[in-house]
Design a protein around this ligand. Structure first.
Ligand code: UD1
Ligand code: UDP
Length: 387
């Protein structure tokens, strides 16, 4: 059984890397104890009605700096991509269009049984669209999430990807309900879409990598004080491309940093914008983006997360840290209803007020994301749905 995985952006390396590891373990479990030659192994598995999975990885190139891409493959031991399409730093149309064309070429050559896509980036949509036009089955991991804000490129990408996927792997019950409200499941060729709440693959990853965390090296050998710094990330287009929102966010972080150290591993998108701006950053500890093992260390040792990242909101919960989300809405609404997370938008007074006064829930015993079994369930369901 052949899967082509399409990825390209940082959070996809983290999600897909976890599933790749589970695929390798699954294959290993099938051939464990075999002392047969390769061809005999195949025959033996066929008589047992078991299938080895071949995964090929296509990296669109969307993220390409070493600390936005290579570091994840190295640190997390993700299999090297079989194809790198090198498509990046373009507008939405050109980026998605070029990806569509190049991914189609790969799929025509490789003829996989499945294409797997993750999340809601331009790479996700291009992969799903290329596959569905060739009548290759699509599995969408992190399906059903909605912000209900159609100004976000991510919302467009996820709605379209969900509509043309054969299997929708939802991370939460809310995601299932979102799909039901929109009339899913729809017919895909001769079948109906399969929708399943398998939990969140990022929780599988967080549990696995927790014990492998690495303390990041800061300039001047600076040491961070455990449980006494804020971890912040800012990169969403809705914030970076709106000067007023970005100014409000930086003003508030800079103000808060007078009291508590704010560590900000800065996405290159934001870095390029603040370089030519007069934003207040003098109190912030701005560092380059870090690898996932360093990021796990930073999350695990901070006192609070302040972010507009989707993935980081959940990781705050996995590592039992409160989170202030610098957006007007979130796809991870269960974190907000349970008061692990609060939406601050990009209003300076509101951000500072929530930082000072919001009473977070500190009982993290509730299970919201499946408990770390998502990858295994994904593999099993794909195998069951393969002819
Ligand atoms: C993309 C996703 C977003 C996701 C984010 C994860 C889309 C529409 N957006 O946003 O949903 O949250 O990835 O991080 O797919 N750049 C570099 N080096 C890199 C990568 C980016 O310099 O390695 C700069 C380039 O100037 C580029 C800009 O960042 O033009 C934006 O990159 P892009 O991939 O288009 O979008 P992200 O903001 O990263
Ligand atoms: N991340 C990382 N290094 C960083 C910043 C983030 O490894 O310097 C990780 C973070 O822990 C999470 C993922 O990248 O697992 C989230 O990606 P990002 O915030 O870029 O995208 P989003 O989740 O918002 O789509």
């Amino acid at each position: 059984m052949k899967i082509v995985t399409i990825l390209g952006a940082r959070p996809q390396f983290i999600k897909a890397g976890t599933v790749s590891r589970a695929i390798i373990q699954y294959n290993q479990s099938l051939v464990d104890g075999f002392s047969l030659l390769e061809t005999e192994k195949q025959k033996e598995l066929e008589t047992r009605n078991q299938k080895l999975i071949t995964e090929l990885i296509v990296h669109t190139g969307q993220h390409y700096d070493a600390n936005m891409s290579d570091i994840f493959f190295e640190e997390m031991k993700i299999p090297k991509p079989n194809y790198n399409l090198n498509i990046n730093s373009l507008g939405h149309g050109a980026m998605t269009g070029q990806m569509l064309e190049k991914i189609e070429e790969v799929l025509l050559k490789e003829k996989p049984d499945w294409v797997m896509v993750y999340g809601d980036t331009n790479s996700t949509l291009a992969g799903a669209l290329a596959a569905s036009k060739l009548h290759i089955k699509v599995a969408h991991v992190e399906a059903g999430l909605r912000s209900f804000n159609m100004n976000m490129p991510e919302e467009i990408n996820r709605i379209l990807t969900d509509r043309i996927s054969d299997i929708l792997f939802c991370p939460t019950q809310t995601a299932i309900e979102n799909l039901e409200t929109e009339g899913f499941p729809f017919p895909i060729t001769s079948n109906r879409q399969l929708i399943a709440n398998v939990g969140d693959v990022m929780q599988d990853g967080a549990l696995f990598y927790k014990n492998l965390a690495i303390e990041p090296a800061l300039t001047n050998n600076q040491k961070l004080e455990t449980n006494n710094y804020i971890l912040s990330t800012i990169h969403r287009a809705e914030n970076t491309d709106d000067p007023k929102r970005l100014k409000n966010i930086f003003d508030s972080l800079n103000e808060i940093a007078k009291e508590t150290q704010v560590v900000l591993p800065l996405h290159p998108r934001t870095k390029k914008i603040i370089r030519n701006s007069k934003l207040n950053t003098q109190n912030l500890t701005i560092i380059d983006p870090v690898g996932y093992l360093e990021m796990v260390w930073l999350i695990n040792n901070c006192s609070l997360v302040m972010t507009d990242s989707g993935g980081l909101q959940k990781e705050a919960f996995f590592f039992e840290k409160p989170c202030i989300t610098l957006r007007d809405e979130t796809e991870w609404v269960e974190l907000v209803t349970n008061r692990f997370n609060v939406l601050a938008g990009a209003n300076k007074e509101k951000i500072i007020d929530l930082y000072k006064n919001f009473e977070f829930n500190d009982d993290f015993s509730i299970g919201l994301y499946g408990g770390g079994k998502a990858s295994k369930q994904i593999i099993q369901k794909i195998l069951n749905a393969t002819d």
